[in-house]
Design a protein around this ligand. Structure first.
Ligand SMILES: Cc1cc2nc3c(=O)[nH]c(=O)nc-3n(C[C@H](O)[C@H](O)[C@H](O)COP(=O)(O)O)c2cc1C
Length: 262
């Protein structure tokens, strides 16, 4: 998870997820003067009525930048080019309504919301269990959260549902009649979005956490009957001061997952 903030001056390029993002962002990665002045930091995330330029996903690019859709964000490959993705861009008042609704559902914790699909296996096993623990405890360690501090863990997890402070949320959906192949395609699309954001000095955090609340989200964003939530994503500028943004996770060496058959 990123913590994401408003960008006050030059680009503070951070890496990724687990971030703190904030307002004053337009989708082309340019700080918008007017918006930055009004919302930079002080306005707080999700200020009602934040004007928003959907240029990052618009076919002609962000207004005023002259940037055209060069395609790297949307030109992910997919089997037979069926492009099984759909993106809901959430900002301003709608973002706030979504955050409020999901945060209160999370706080009620009455078990009335359940994910439509399982992101993880029901029971973890090695080597995935060890990697998961390393990532979780790495984060909690940075935040000074000890084993057993479940309230603090819950509070940290809750930040997902505030998009970690990001001004813009993305909700990705798929037609639920699609099969696993389209979910493969989807990962490529998500990666493209993240790389495109990063190329513009923005940071993202892909968020599977939202899937528990897919019914709330589907209602609020008026999903079609067959639309299924794949995941959410926070989009903004990273806060380089945030401890969670200093988490540097490594990757398993090639020898752990590459098998050469000569
Ligand atoms: C599809 C997807 C869903 C994710 N969901 C969440 C999430 O809900 N909350 C979160 O904080 N991070 C989430 N992450 C971020 C991962 O935890 C992160 O990429 C991983 O720990 C590796 O960290 P690194 O990319 O900084 O090396 C998600 C990543 C992906 C690709």
């Amino acid at each position: 998870m990123l913590r994401l903030i408003a960008r006050a001056t030059g680009p503070k390029v951070g890496r990724k997820h687990q971030c703190c993002l904030s307002t004053g962002v337009d989708y082309a990665g340019q700080p918008s003067q007017g918006r930055r002045a009004r919302h930079g930091g002080a306005g707080g995330p999700g200020d009602a009525g934040t004007p928003f330029d959907p240029g990052f996903f618009s076919p002609t690019g962000a207004a005023g930048t002259g940037e055209r859709d060069s395609g790297e964000r949307c030109w992910a490959p997919s089997g037979n080019n069926i492009q099984p993705w759909r993106v809901h861009v959430v900002c301003g008042r709608t973002r706030q309504r979504l955050v409020d609704a999901v945060c209160s559902a999370y706080d009620r914790a009455d078990g009335s919301y359940q994910a439509e699909y399982h992101y993880y296996p029901r029971e973890f096993f090695e080597p995935y269990l060890g990697r998961r623990r390393k990532s979780g405890w790495g984060l909690y360690g940075l935040l000074g959260i000890q084993k057993g501090e479940t309230e603090r863990m819950r509070a940290q997890h809750r930040k997902n549902f505030e998009f970690f402070g990001a001004p813009v949320g993305l909700m990705f959906s798929i037609d639920r009649r699609m099969e696993q192949g389209s979910w493969l395609d989807y990962g490529m699309f998500l990666q493209n979005v993240m790389l495109a954001a990063s190329a513009r000095g923005l940071a993202t955090c892909a968020q599977g956490a939202w899937i528990d609340y897919h019914r709330l989200i589907a209602d609020l964003l008026k999903f079609g009957e067959q639309e299924q939530l794949v995941c959410g994503m926070a989009l903004g500028y990273p806060d380089p001061e945030a401890p969670e943004n200093t988490l540097a996770l490594d990757r398993a060496p090639l020898s752990e997952y590459v098998v050469v058959h000569d």
